[in-house]
Design a protein. Structure first.
Length: 81
């Protein structure tokens, strides 16, 4: 596997995972009550606990997104020159 293929792979991983993250945030910003009602049927949580869990998951996903998608892509782009 060449440098170009690896760069393309990380580029598409970054685009797809970034899109998933943005859609997820848009759903939570535009329909927070609907999402809470749907999740509270499965997991009995208070609204404050639900918000804490969701924001922690946002932060964790963003951190992993940066570490495993964006940083390798930037490093490969620097190497390619």
């Amino acid at each position: 596997m060449g440098l170009q293929q690896v760069t393309d792979f990380f580029m598409w991983c970054t685009i797809i995972n970034g899109g998933i993250y943005l859609v997820w945030i848009l759903f939570f910003v535009l329909m927070p009550d609907f999402i809470y009602r749907m999740q509270s049927r499965l997991f009995p949580l208070s609204r404050e606990t639900f918000n804490t869990v969701v924001y922690a998951f946002f932060g964790g996903f963003k951190l992993l997104y940066m570490i495993f998608n964006v940083v390798p892509l930037v490093a490969l782009l620097i190497i390619k020159g």
